[in-house]
Design a protein around this ligand. Structure first.
Ligand SMILES: Nc1ncnc2c1ncn2[C@@H]1O[C@H](COP(=O)(O)OP(=O)(O)OP(=O)(O)O)[C@@H](O)[C@H]1O
Length: 309
């Protein structure tokens, strides 16, 4: 597991990370969430021994990162600005890393394949797109088959197929029992990927909770259903703990208390045609905005109302 104890970072007079205490457990994807400038990258850099904390400490797998004799096999990391030699090919970049840890060529080929880079493995990195660069960073993080993964905004620059790939990859790495910490400033992304959330704002811990708990606290998840048999489906769904209210259009229902899979199953069992079945994450986004509103460093100004004098 990964643990932070009273982790604090000050730059001059400004404290950018304030006494963070949290635990990242194995077997789950933990989202590290906060608005721009909240202190996520600074915290991750401290976990990885790249920045010295002003106060407090952290451990990965029970010890300080810098004391691991073979860090690549313990922690795989992807940071935003990754230093790679642009003249090297992806293959040579990974081989150079592999050599430092006695990792065999077969593992390099395996992670290139995992990251979908086999076809471009012998191209120079300087010609890579942002998304290909992200995939290479993730391949490097996986190289040592580490028990812990620390990834800073891994979906940045990825196309929709890449985003789906990273979601499935993170879930499967956690299912293998690994500890996965992934930062993002997007609640919508974390709602689809993470089980647990550590939320910070202006360097302070705002919430350490599960996605399910946050959804409950935000008034429960809802599902939008569009069906030409809205009344029939409404009667079938409505009962203890489930409500189905008419939506904006006549053929639309907003269901609380049942997830999309359950609604789909009930509809299929009664041969009800569905045109749409969409889990809504709006309430979760709102909860995140409310939680971080006071602490957002960069915020769009509120729209001006009324005419200027
Ligand atoms: N080397 C530094 N010197 C001074 N201030 C710094 C330094 N590095 C980061 N900061 C400040 O610390 C704060 C937190 O920055 P950090 O990059 O950790 O936030 P973040 O949550 O990762 O943001 P983003 O989502 O935009 O990447 C910001 O106000 C930033 O300007």
């Amino acid at each position: 597991m990964i643990r932070a104890y009273d982790l604090t970072k000050r730059y001059g007079d400004t404290t950018v990370v304030h006494g963070l205490d949290f635990t990242v457990r194995p077997g789950t994807v933990t989202g590290f969430l906060g608005p721009n400038g909240a202190g996520k990258s600074t915290t991750l850099r401290m976990l990885l021994g790249l920045d010295a904390p002003t106060h407090g400490r952290s451990t990965i797998g029970g010890r300080d990162y810098t004391t691991h004799p073979a860090p690549l096999t313990e922690v795989g990391a992807l940071l935003e600005a990754r230093a790679v030699h642009p003249g090297r090919t992806a293959f040579h970049h990974l081989m150079a890393l592999a050599h430092t840890h006695g990792i065999p060529r077969s593992r390099v080929e395996h992670v290139l394949d995992l990251a979908g880079l086999t076809d471009v493995a012998h191209r120079r990195i300087k010609g890579f797109s942002l998304g290909m660069g992200q995939r290479l960073g993730i391949a490097a993080a996986l190289l040592g088959d580490p028990a812990h993964l620390v990834l800073d905004e891994p979906v940045n620059g990825l196309d929709p197929e890449g985003v789906l790939w990273i979601r499935n990859l993170l879930t499967s790495l956690a299912a293998q029992g690994r500890t996965v910490l992934v930062s993002s400033h997007l609640m919508s992304e974390m709602a689809l990927t993470a089980d647990h959330l550590v939320i910070i704002g202006r360097g302070r811990l705002l919430a350490d909770t599960t996605v399910a708990e946050l959804i409950r606290a935000a008034g429960g998840a809802s599902v939008k259903v569009v069906t030409p048999q809205a009344t029939t489906l409404r009667d079938l769904l409505t009962g203890r703990n489930v409500t189905a209210e008419p939506g904006a259009a006549g053929d639309e229902l907003v269901v609380h208390g049942a997830d999309a899979a359950t609604i789909g199953r009930i509809a299929a069992a009664h041969t009800i045609t569905l045109h749409e079945l969409t889990p809504q994450t709006g309430s979760l986004e709102r909860a995140f905005m409310e939680l971080t509103q006071e602490s957002a460093e960069y915020r769009t100004a509120a729209p001006l109302t009324g005419a200027a004098a």
